[in-house]
Design a protein around this ligand. Sequence first.
Ligand code: NAI
Length: 749
Amino acid sequence: MGGPLRFDGKVVLVTGAGQGLGRQYALQFAERGAAVVVNDLGGSFKGEGQSTRAADTVVEEIRAKGGKAVANYDSVEFGEKLVETAIKEFGRIDIVINNAGILRDKSFARISDLDWDLIHKVHLRGSFSVSRAAWPHMRKNNFGRIIMTTSVAGIFGNFGQANYSAAKMGLVGLSNTLSLEGKKYNITCNAIAPTAGSRLTETVMPPELVAALKPEYVAPLVLYLCHEGTQDTGGLFEVGAGWIAKLRWQRTIGAVCRTSTVPMTPESVRDQWDKITDFSEAIHPVSAAETTHHLIGVLGELDGGTGGGTGGGKQASSKPSQSGGGVDDGINIEAAMAAKIKPTQYVYTPKEAILYALSVGYTTKDADYLKFLYEGAEDFSVVPSFAILASQNSSVGLFSGGIPGINIDITKILHGEQYMELYKPFAPSGTLTSQARIADIVDKGVGALIVIDVETFDEHKEKVAFNQSAIMVVGAGGFKGAKSSEVLKPMMKPPARAPDASIAEKTSVDQAALYRLTGDRNPLHIDPSFAAMGGFKQPILHGMCSFGFATRHVLKTYANNDVSKIKAIKVRFSKPVLPGETIHTDMWKEGKRIYFQCKVAETGVVVLTGAYVDLYEEAGTGEITTKSSNSSMALKSEAIFNAIVEQFKTRKGVAKKINSVFGFEITQDGKTVAEWTADMKTGEGSIYQGGPKSGKADCTIVISDDNFVDLVSGKLNGQQAFMTGKMKLKGNIMLAQKLGELFKDQSKL
Ligand code: NAI
């Protein structure tokens, strides 16, 4: 686990280091190479008087052991002076241990203004003052470690310590916020609630306990947290007697005490009280963002239209951004709308297209899906929703500071809606160029909705797709902008009748792990601790993965898996899907428009709403197009089948030898245009048009009319045809070898 933790070259300021815990920190830091500023006012434990003796004694002790230390006698209320000593003596400040403290215990009714103010001045204001003075130096050095000293009296409350408890809990809040603000600069901040024998505790603890609870049993935690190798921040620890434990918040699942039509009342609160206070299924929230996220979800569910969404990141509250303002964190609308975003390229081969298809649930279990999974398939096709990969590539700069006027972090965004238009099917491989632009920024109150339009072109400069993403930046609303957008593609409500068709499919527990390999690597979808920060019990599925599932369901049901039929797709992401849950898609057909809605079958929660697919041509029946067997007159294969009929008459016993039922699906332009059956299980054998009368073929050959002619005539080798996808086999593929016997005269099957 590495060598000793050293602090050579580091400068540590310990407040209240004249005795007790502070003294122990100072000694241990010095022993491990740090230069220490030993601060102590030297007053009584009630905060009266002052003296240089306390600090001087510790400095002498350190120097006697060969360590580096200097004394400072100022009160922590004047933080600048303490930090000045560090800079003057040692040239820098790396670590601040806010430790100085006093007590003025009184029962609440007897606390005077002075008792209250003094406690707050030393503990809360003192820690603020010293940390603020050190902060710019730490930022400049891109290194800082800060400790706040809180107390179990604050965390749990303690009789007679109302003033002290309040100040100590204030320090936890201060520590939490500094940990967030310091992250960018490698400044960590943690809070400890120590228990140790000292003059502060000798009034309340028996002498044996005071002696036994040594400060040495606390100090090592402080050193560990302040080492440059320790990145932990925002933690709250109890420590004493050598025992250390971390604390965190716990929250019940809670209950919503109103509905969209029934108002919230004290009675509705009473009626939900058991649920509000039931910790049996508690979660551990870690950010204010989670609360915002949750509330937006509640608003979206009850009042509609406030955002919601799941496709992007977790949420965080952020300060509202001002239109045109020079904020260093947020959105500058004019600059964003005027931004010229650099076009991006997306190069893909069948491998990327197949990986995408697998990631949205295409499976070899369904024979119809082979064309999306096998580059050798005669009708190899790229799934239409694949268009998102080139598109998202172009707007990635949005979240990395690459777009002028937009400086938001990924933790503040949600993928709210997605619209996609397709102009021609994707080639099996290619280089796509995408051009993004900010089409609109809408003030949704709870956030800013950024509408991003992306046009994607192929190598021939032909437009292949248009994508529109609506991204909610939580907390950035309220800039008095337009409340709605003219360019945002509207959502559509499905007809008010039972769905015309439905497909339910279970996602895999690894669905998100697979989907992320297509490009969206947001840890929200794979990392449990990251997901927890966003308020999710576990990593959630990408919204665009659910989008892919739903598109596939419509493509299969209403377009016979023909990718050229899909014109446009629109969805709103209303709730997340968890990997492993079942996506249930309900579909309604109205002319060329297929309305759809997805829910999670296990919970009934609606996840995709306002959604539709527009087709280029109206699907005939609203059912999977059935194979036709009536257009074979023009097919060359027909002549071959008719000729083979003769074989059964001339070569007696051939049928018995083969003893199998073969089906033939003859295709043209990727569509099945004729079906034939060669039944060699009954009688002398027969060949006829249509599916097998016996019910099922042992082996079915799927092949185009032309390739079939080449195959039978020997121009095309059977094995090669199979390997290159020109011929597909279903059922017992080994039986195909027996066909050689049937076509013996002409073929090399
Ligand atoms: P201590 O009384 O032994 O040490 C505190 C030191 O702070 C004293 O040397 C005092 O002169 C100095 N000090 C007081 N006001 C100051 C000011 N305005 N400016 C500079 N120095 C000042 O106390 P102990 O027990 O070592 O406590 C250290 C910290 O740990 C305190 O913040 C205390 O509230 C906290 N704490 C201690 C617990 C314990 O069990 N000892 C329990 C919970 C919290």
